[in-house]
Design a protein around this ligand. Structure first.
Ligand code: NAP
Length: 473
C-alpha cells in the first residue's frame, strides 16, 4: 500500500476515533464521578488529532512543532500545578483567549500564504468568509478574555462596569464594519492589497470590540462571560477548520461552541438572569453597596461549643458549601467534621447549588479533592424537599445561594433565582467572617431568622474548632 493510500485510509480512521473520543469525553465530563475519565479521553482524542494532522499534512520538519509542544506543555503544567482553586476562572479566561487567538492566527496564516505566494487571496468565497469569521470571532475572544481576566482581578475600576457613552452605537458600528469587511474580501476583493486591508480592518475592529463588549459588564458577571467566550473560541476553531479543510477541527470546535453556550444558559437560568441582561452590562452597580451590620436586626450568634451541643442530638445534618469554603480552603476540615458526625450515627448530606462559588462545578471539585463520597452530594432539585425534615444545616461560606429574599422579596435583584431553602430546617448555622454581603452585594434575610445562628470566623478555623468540640463530647 502506497504512503498516499495509507494516508487516505488511516487519517480518516484516526479522525473518526478522535471525534468519537471527544464526544464521549465531553459526555463523561458532565458527571463528577466520570469527569476524570472524560478528561483523559479528551486528552487522548487531542493526541490522536495532532498525530492525524501531522500525518495528513506530511510534515517532515518537526523542529518547531517540538519546540511549541515543549514550551506550551511546560507552561500548561506549571500553571495547572500552581493555580489556586479560587483563581480557576482567571485561568480558564486566559486559556479561552489563547484558543481564540490560535484560531485567528490559523486563518490569518492561510490568507497570508495565499497573498504572499500567489500575489492574491485565491480562496473560494466560502473559505474566505470562514477565514474572516475565524479572525473576527477569534480576535473578539482574545481581547474579551484578557479583559475578563483583568476584571476577575478587580481591574480596571475595581471590576465595576465601565459604561462609555454611546457604547451600543459604537459597538454596533464596529460589528457591522467587521462583518462588512468579511463580506467584502469574501465575495469581492479585486486585489491582494484590498484583501490585506480588509483583513487588517476585521482584525483591528474585532480586537477593539472584544474590549468594548466586556468593559460594561461587572466583574461579578465574569464567570458567565468567560463561559460565553469559551463558546466563541469553539466557533472560531470550527470556522478555522473550514478554512484548512480539517473536519476534526470543525467537529471539536462545534462541540466546544455548543457546550459553552449550554453552560452559559445553565448559569443564567440558575441566577434568574437573561443572557441579554448580562451582556448589556451594568449589573450590580445600582446596588446600595455592602450591607453593613447596621442593616440587620435581631441577628443571633453562637460559638462552636453551642453548635457542637446541638449536633450531639441531631439525626440529620446538611452542609451547604459556598464561595467562602473555597476562600478558606476548608474542604478537608468539612470532610473531617462530617466523618466525626457519621461515626456518631448522624446522616450527613451536602447540598450543591448550581452557581455556588465562582464557576460551575466549583463546589463539586473542592469536595472531590477532599474525597467526599459522591453519594452524599445532592443537587438543588434533589435536596430542597429535605430541609423541612433536617435537624441542623451548616451553611459554610455560602450567602446568595441561601438568601430567602430570592423567594419572597419581589424588589430583590435576585428575586426568582432558585435557592436552597435552608431556612426550612430546624436549626441553621451560618459560618462566615462577618455580615458582609456575597457576590450579589445584598442583605441576606436568612441571618435574621429565628432559627438561624451565625458563627463568625474563618470557615476552616470554625470547622476545626467544631470537630475538636465534637471529639470531646
Ligand atoms: P457568595 O454569595 O459570594 O458569598 C460568599 C460568602 O463567603 C461571603 O458572604 C463571605 O462572607 C464568605 N466568606 C468569604 N471568605 C470566607 C472565609 N474565609 N471563611 C468563611 N466565609 C467566608 O457565595 P455563594 O453563596 O457561593 O454564591 C455564589 C454567587 O456567585 C451567586 O450570587 C452566584 O450567582 C454568583 N456566580 C456564581 C457563578 C458560578 O458559576 N458558580 C457564576 C457567576 C456568578 P464574609 O466576608 O462575611 O466572610
Amino acid at each position: 500500500m502506497s504512503a498516499e493510500t495509507l494516508r487516505g485510509v488511516v487519517v480518516p480512521l484516526i479522525y473518526l476515533v478522535s471525534a468519537t473520543l471527544f464526544m464521549f469525553g465531553l459526555k463523561r465530563l458532565a458527571k463528577v464521578r466520570t469527569a476524570r475519565n472524560g478528561n483523559r479521553m479528551a486528552a487522548v482524542a487531542m493526541l490522536l488529532a495532532v498525530a492525524g494532522t501531522l500525518l495528513e499534512m506530511g510534515v517532515v520538519d518537526y523542529t518547531w512543532i517540538l519546540v511549541g509542544t515543549i514550551v506550551g506543555g511546560l507552561i500548561g503544567v506549571i500553571v495547572a500545578v500552581r493555580v489556586e482553586m479560587t483563581s480557576m476562572p482567571e485561568m480558564v479566561a486566559l486559556f479561552n483567549g489563547f484558543g481564540g487567538a490560535a484560531s485567528a492566527l490559523v486563518a490569518l496564516s492561510v490568507f497570508w500564504r495565499s497573498v504572499v505566494e500567489n500575489g492574491s487571496a485565491q480562496l473560494e468565497p466560502m473559505a474566505a468568509i470562514a477565514g474572516g469569521l475565524s479572525i473576527l470571532i477569534g480576535a473578539i475572544t482574545l481581547t474579551g478574555s484578557l479583559m475578563a481576566f483583568l476584571k476577575l482581578q478587580g481591574k480596571p475600576n475595581k471590576g465595576q462596569p465601565v459604561l462609555l457613552p454611546a457604547r451600543h452605537l459604537l459597538n454596533g458600528i464596529l460589528l457591522l464594519g467587521a462583518f462588512g469587511a468579511v463580506g467584502y474580501f469574501g465575495f469581492y476583493a479585486p486585489t491582494a492589497s484590498a484583501v490585506t486591508n480588509g483583513i487588517l480592518a476585521v482584525t483591528g475592529a474585532s480586537l477593539l470590540l472584544g474590549i468594548l463588549l466586556v468593559l460594561p459588564i461587572g466583574g461579578a458577571d465574569m464567570p458567565v462571560v468567560v463561559s460565553l467566550l469559551n463558546s466563541y473560541s469553539g466557533l472560531a476553531a470550527a470556522a478555522a477548520g473550514f478554512v484548512i479543510g480539517n473536519p476534526l477541527l470543525i467537529i471539536a470546535g462545534a462541540l466546544v461552541g455548543a457546550a459553552g453556550l449550554i453552560l452559559t444558559q445553565i448559569m443564567c437560568v440558575a441566577m434568574n438572569r437573561s443572557l441579554l441582561n448580562v451582556l448589556v452590562g451594568g449589573f450590580g452597580q445600582a446596588s446600595s453597596g455592602p450591607a453593613g451590620s447596621d442593616d440587620y436586626e435581631g441577628v443571633r450568634s453562637s460559638g462552636a461549643e453551642e453548635a457542637a451541643m446541638m449536633l450531639e442530638t441531631a439525626e440529620s445534618v446538611i452542609i451547604v458549601p459556598g464561595y467562602g469554603l473555597a476562600v478558606a480552603q476548608a474542604q478537608h476540615a468539612v470532610r473531617e467534621l462530617a466523618d466525626l458526625l457519621e461515626k456518631r450515627g448522624t446522616k450527613v448530606s451536602y447540598a450543591i447549588h448550581p452557581v455556588a462559588g465562582r464557576m460551575p462545578g466549583h463546589m463539586n471539585v473542592l469536595l472531590a479533592e477532599a474525597d467526599v463520597p459522591y453519594e452524599q452530594l445532592f443537587e438543588l432539585e434533589e435536596i430542597n424537599g429535605e430541609f423541612k425534615q433536617t435537624d441542623v444545616v451548616f451553611v459554610v461560606g455560602a450567602n446568595d445561594v441561601v438568601n430567602p429574599a430570592a423567594n419572597d422579596d419581589p424588589a430583590s435583584p435576585i428575586y426568582g433565582m432558585p435557592i436552597l431553602n435552608v431556612d426550612e430546617a430546624r436549626t441553621v448555622f451560618v459560618i462566615k467572617r462577618s455580615l458582609s454581603p456575597g457576590f450579589a452585594g445584598m442583605k441576606n434575610t436568612l441571618f435574621e431568622r429565628d432559627n438561624t445562628m451565625m458563627i463568625f470566623g474563618d470557615a476552616k478555623d470554625v470547622l476545626q474548632k467544631l470537630a475538636t468540640e465534637i471529639d470531646e463530647l
